[in-house]
Design a binder for this molecule. Structure first.
Ligand code: 4NP
Length: 167
């Protein structure tokens, strides 16, 4: 991780209105808290909600823990994101497959990509690479669970970023 250019992380889900904007705000907060030079953004693999603010339920649950999602707007994952970002984080296995399909097209176009694709929960030992489940069609518990998982996963990523800074 360079001390000048920020390390760039993109959190990705399906719609970019529930899980990935939550992951973006939580990971950004954890990185800021640990004074890490990390830039965090988010996107969705689907185009359904482009330009929309995060789901009002995601905003409300996040606000109760001090995360402000209101300024975020949904956008779709692009081929250029595989050149612009160092790390792309998937929320579940289907999401990972969708990202890898887009990665394949990016490889056809650009050959050499910058981004590494991982699960959001990759390094969170207590989550064991589990899915961050889509809360869109469920109740309040689902939105709280997304926040719990994002906080655990973000702490684990902060530990990874810190140990790579020491090298
Ligand atoms: P997200 O949740 O991928 O966490 O943003 C979803 C939001 C909307 C839809 C699917 C998932 N949708 O089908 O509209």
């Amino acid at each position: 991780m360079s001390s000048q250019q920020p390390y760039k992380v993109l959190c990705v889900c399906l719609g970019n209105i529930c899980r990935s904007p939550t992951a973006e705000a939580v990971l950004r907060h954890f990185c800021q808290q640990h004074q890490l030079n990390v830039h965090v953004d988010s996107a969705g693999t689907a185009a359904y909600h482009i330009g929309e603010a995060p789901d009002s339920r995601s905003q409300q649950h996040a606000r109760q823990r001090g995360y402000d999602l209101s300024v975020l707007r949904a956008r779709q994952l692009s081929l250029n994101d595989f050149l612009d970002f160092d790390l792309i984080l998937a929320m579940d296995e289907q999401n990972l497959k969708n990202i890898q399909k887009i990665e394949y097209h990016a490889q056809q176009q650009f050959v050499q990509l910058r981004a590494q694709v991982c699960m959001m929960t990759e390094h969170a030992t207590e989550l064991q690479r589990q899915a961050i489940a889509d809360p869109y069609y469920g109740g309040a518990k689902g939105f709280e669970r997304v926040l719990d998982q994002c906080e655990i996963a973000s702490q684990a990523w902060v530990n990874v970023f810190k140990s790579s800074q020491k090298q």
